[in-house]
Design a protein around this ligand. Structure first.
Ligand SMILES: Nc1ncnc2c1ncn2[C@@H]1O[C@H](COP(=O)(O)OP(=O)(O)OP(=O)(O)O)[C@@H](O)[C@H]1O
Ligand SMILES: [Mg+2]
Length: 238
């Protein structure tokens, strides 16, 4: 497999891995983001919290290069993601980013193991190699004996674990996870968070984690809170 990443392996720790400044994004008349700024550092696990509708998912989509902001900048290393042509952006998303969406985005026709194997196949792995590695990742996230189920046959929690395995299988530099434990009971949620945090720490992967759950946020190195489309300044709690 090729690694076309432009991000150095031995980072200058004073420069953020990913930085968003002054993001604004409207959906029709709704201002989902206005003036949101946030930094994610190399290997950092950052929790993003905030009320429903405060703009968390929109922020994640802008940082991951899925949605272009109307205003502001998103800088990854020294690359302006918000200005990158679509072809280079999708290549960079494939090599450097793993995403777990809030509402499952597994491919309904593919089994669990084939969903997880897909990013490896796209990166040039053989089918046998991709399926073997996919199986290891499913095991790590506690999806055992369900490798051949299709998303429609899985519970919400199983589907979310398969999504996490798919996001991590290629060894991304950044994982974006939108409510990864939202559909799980607290024990299963804890197991998934432990697996995610352990994997991220082991490989130096940075994680941007959206959650409503204070117990989940406690796994993070740092937490930022969104309110009305902007980050609440430090020290302001009420
Ligand atoms: N595609 C869309 N079309 C129209 N409005 C949208 C769209 N996506 C988001 N919004 C609106 O933008 C605002 C921010 O939405 P966003 O999904 O970012 O919030 P959130 O903090 O992730 O909420 P939740 O915790 O419920 O997932 C909300 O008012 C929402 O209704
Ligand atoms: Mg959301």
């Amino acid at each position: 497999m090729t690694d076309s990443s432009e991000i150095p392996e031995s980072p200058d720790s004073t420069v953020p891995l990913l930085a968003a400044r002054g993001l604004a994004k409207a959906h029709g008349p709704t201002r989902a983001l206005h003036g949101a700024s946030v930094e994610l550092h190399h290997g950092e696990i950052l929790a993003v919290t905030g009320a429903s509708g405060s703009g968390k998912s929109t922020l994640l989509h802008c940082l991951a290069g899925i949605v272009r902001p109307d205003e502001g900048s998103v800088v990854y290393g020294d690359v302006r993601l918000d200005r990158l042509p679509e072809k280079r952006l999708s290549e960079l998303r494939r090599t450097d980013f793993g995403v777990v969406f809030q509402f499952g985005q597994l491919i309904p026709e593919l089994t669990a193991v084939d969903n997880v194997a897909l990013p490896l196949l796209l990166a040039g792995a053989s089918r046998g190699e991709a399926r073997a590695r996919a199986g290891e990742w499913l095991e790590r996230f506690g999806v055992l004996g369900q490798e051949e189920l299709r998303p429609g046959e899985m519970s919400g929690g199983q589907a979310q674990r398969v999504s996490l395995a798919r996001a991590l299988v290629t060894g991304p530099k950044v994982v974006f996870a939108d409510e990864p434990t939202g559909a799980l009971d607290s024990l299963a949620g804890e197991q998934v968070m432990s697996a995610l945090v352990h994997t991220a720490r082991e490989s130096g992967t940075a994680v941007l984690l959206i959650t409503h759950d204070a117990q989940v946020a406690a796994y993070a190195d740092r937490e930022v809170q969104l309110r009305d489309g902007a980050v609440v300044p430090l020290g302001v709690t009420a």
